[in-house]
Ligand binder design. Sequence first.
Ligand SMILES: [Zn+2]
Length: 393
Amino acid sequence: MNEHPALPVQMKGVRGEGATKWRVVHPDIMKLGVRSFCFSLLIIPTIRVAVLKDIPQVTIQGDKLWAKTQSQEFPEEIESPAKIQSTPHGFKIGNILYQDSTLQIGSEEEVLQVGEKKFKGELEIQRTARNKLLILNQLPMEDYLVGLVHGEIAASWPIEAIKAQVVAARTYAMRQQKEQSPGKQNYDLESNTDDQVYIGSLGKTEDRIVEQAVKATEGEILWHSGFYPVYFHSCCGGETETVERVWGKKEISSSIVDKFCEQCPYSSWELHLSARELLDLLKSHGLEGRRIKSIAAEKYETSPRNAIIIIETDQMSLFLGATEFRRIVGYKDLKSTWFDVQVTPREIIFKGKGFGHGVGLCQWGAKEMAQAGKNYKEILEFYYPRAVLHKVY
Ligand SMILES: [Zn+2]
């Protein structure tokens, strides 16, 4: 991968102890709330991830637990486990009422437990409009990435594949942080497949392998006149897909032929549905009828994936984008939009390849590349050929 600095940086010499240090001020970094950074001075961005939404109460455990409302100057120690409930004007912990819009919870060890999940950093609790709670985990980017890799891929995978995943995930998170969509001003990322699957820090020995991968790639992101629009998925099935064909967005991306994921468990799959099951799923989208006469799957001219699905019943026809059709049937059941479909008198049979949207890095392919001796830079260059690797902190 080409590693020359592609960031439009302004550089100023700053006198350090006996040596000149270069302070680098980058406009995008400034938008992230980090005023400046130095290649010799580590400033890691903080990220806010929504970990629990719309719940009436939450129980948090931790060593020397503390709580602090927005208007309190200093945190105060509270008993662990702390059961926190939403009230019409604030929060209730035990028999203490806190009348404020946000509550910060932390612990001396900086590890908090909610149910089975452990979180590093702090948890911020907000009251939502419907008197429910929104729980955000606020933590340094690098700690977030350690927890993230457990959710996205197994920590037992080869380290070069984990490193490639970490760089992709860091780029994705920093890009999301920069381009917060209007519906989620309060936080940067979801913790499910809407963004990246984040399950907190497990606090197990595998963390050390992931920590190594995060440390070895610290601050590295993919760049192409901005944070690269990085996406990743489980298994492409033999060819990756462009962003435009999947989501209709005009973002930079490449479709590449991938021989590395041939051994992936989802390289070919079948889904059998009864006509009744499919009719029920499509009813809310306006499809009427008692019998499915035909299903046509129309492929893109230059891609093996389907663009449009046309379902014809005894009463009407329904045109659906293949990505939307996959969402309706269920991402886990209809594993990709790369499929052929057959309507038989008894059932509808989908025969397909790959698992996921197919855009960007193929996780099973990356695993195989690492096993074949490729390093993370080669893996990233293969799946994101137009991106430049760059270190931003
Ligand atoms: Zn693949």
